[in-house]
Design a binder for this molecule. Structure first.
Ligand SMILES: NC(=O)c1ccc[n+]([C@@H]2O[C@H](COP(=O)([O-])OP(=O)(O)OC[C@H]3O[C@@H](n4cnc5c(N)ncnc54)[C@H](O)[C@@H]3O)[C@@H](O)[C@H]2O)c1
Ligand SMILES: O=C(O)CC[C@@H](O)C(=O)O
Length: 389
């Protein structure tokens, strides 16, 4: 029986993917084989030795200590694209919030009514304070043309916007999704120079921290409206607040509130709502549960952020799954252990991703703990699993 620990509220539809005769699901295991998580921070979480995989029901994995997981042979999955439509829709909303002072207007009508004034009598006089431009015929700049950025670009075109996008690592799959009218440019600077609205859709990591800083803001048009539904740390708070105070930025809409941002003029904070639709929560949870199940039961890896994709049809009677460093000689050492014991290899696949690699070996006969321990002893091997069919 596999123990799956849920670290956040995971949709029931996703949990239903895990057959209860083989998977027990709870939020209080301390010997879990797998974790299902959304935004809970795992950096200080002490992983039990049994833990083999973490599935993030969502896109961003900056809440998970990826390096520590890789070293412990723990596979980290995410669910690419599963919540992209939900975020795209909120970006549309955020562009409108960034245009007219919708948040201020809502507060104002409430305040009028609360002060005892008949609000219908003051609306026409008061509304001028909340006027803002249309997005039609304006230019949207997009940093990051992945699952979300591509959807946002396409829908912005359909709203009559001009769209410029930048993504130095644009995948072929995402490039094919982009409407041909989107200007895909070679530098972020080119996007900044054109954008009336700027939205960012990149993962948060050491390289992307403070992408929108003082230097980036200086390259933008006066009165630019900035939307950040990706991660708070991608935009430098000091820089954006100074740019708002100086008139460079007309409004900043973020899904990542802090007390400082909430209190600042020109900033609209949402409570991390990008993926909060039932459809998106279901999509993410179903995909995450399927990834976890296929890995725990079959050793297959799809959509991992730290290990390569490797899906192998079963052949033989047992499967040895080896997570190891991507160094020469490991495969030869694994097959030597097997051939020394006259174990026939039915099928074998090796794939690598950066510093790490994964080898799956299907064998005709079962092996003993001694052989598995010999494989565990090979230099660079981080985790060995033994599955039977
Ligand atoms: N607010 C929310 O609830 C919510 C929901 C989903 C995703 N997100 C955030 O949005 C991010 C993007 O999600 P996604 O599904 O589009 O991910 P994705 O992986 O499909 O796309 C990210 C894109 O960013 C590009 N990229 C990486 N570094 C870049 C750089 N320096 N400059 C320009 N482009 C760069 C990548 O090549 C990729 O195409 C996630 O990592 C997550 O942090 C937030
Ligand atoms: O789980 C959520 O609600 C947010 C997920 C989002 O931040 C993501 O990175 O996919």
């Amino acid at each position: 029986m596999f123990h799956i620990k849920t670290m956040n509220k995971i949709s029931a539809l996703g949990l239903a993917e895990l057959p209860r005769d083989r998977f027990a699901v709870a939020d209080d295991f301390d010997d879990e084989d797998g974790i299902l998580v959304r935004s809970a921070k795992l950096h200080d979480y002490e992983f039990p030795t049994e833990l083999r995989a973490i599935a993030r029901a969502g896109a961003g994995t900056n809440n998970i200590p990826i390096g520590r997981c890789s070293e412990a042979g723990i596979v980290v999955f995410n669910t690419p694209g599963a919540n992209a439509n939900a975020v795209k829709e909120l970006v549309l909303c955020a562009m409108l919030i960034a245009s007219r002072d919708i948040a201020g207007g809502l507060q104002w009508v409430k305040n009028q009514a609360a002060s005892g004034v008949e609000v219908s009598e003051v609306v026409e006089k008061g509304k001028a304070a909340f006027v803002g431009p249309e997005i039609y015929k304006k230019t949207l700049g997009i940093i990051g043309l992945g699952a979300i950025g591509a959807l946002v670009g396409n829908v912005a075109l359909s709203m009559g916007m001009e769209v410029y996008g930048y993504d130095p690592y644009l995948s072929v799959a995402n490039a094919l999704r982009l409407d041909r009218h989107i200007h895909v440019v070679k530098s972020a600077q080119e996007v900044y120079q054109h954008a009336d609205y700027l939205t960012i859709h990149v993962p948060y990591n050491d390289a992307t921290k403070d992408t929108i800083d003082t230097a980036a803001l200086a390259q933008m048009k006066d009165g630019v409206r900035i939307i950040n539904l990706a991660r708070g740390e991608l935009v430098n708070d000091d820089a954006i607040l100074a740019a708002i105070a100086g008139g460079k930025v007309a409004r900043y809409v973020t899904d990542f509130p802090t007390n400082r941002l909430v209190q600042a003029e020109g900033v609209v904070c949402l409570p991390h709502l990008g993926a909060s639709t039932p459809e998106s929560e279901d999509n993410c949870a179903v995909m995450a549960a399927q990834e976890l199940q296929d890995y725990l039961e079959n050793g297959n890896i799809m959509n991992s952020v730290n290990l390569p994709t490797l899906v192998q049809e079963w052949s033989g009677t047992a499967r040895i799954c080896v997570i190891h460093r991507n160094i020469p000689g490991t495969i030869a050492s694994i097959t030597k252990v097997l051939s020394d014991q006259k174990v026939n290899v039915e099928n074998m696949t090796n794939k690598s991703k950066g510093e790490y690699a994964y080898t799956v070996v299907d064998i005709a006969t079962q092996v003993s703990d001694a052989e598995l321990d010999a494989i565990r002893g090979i230099e660079g091997v981080l985790r060995v699993r033994y599955l039977t069919h």
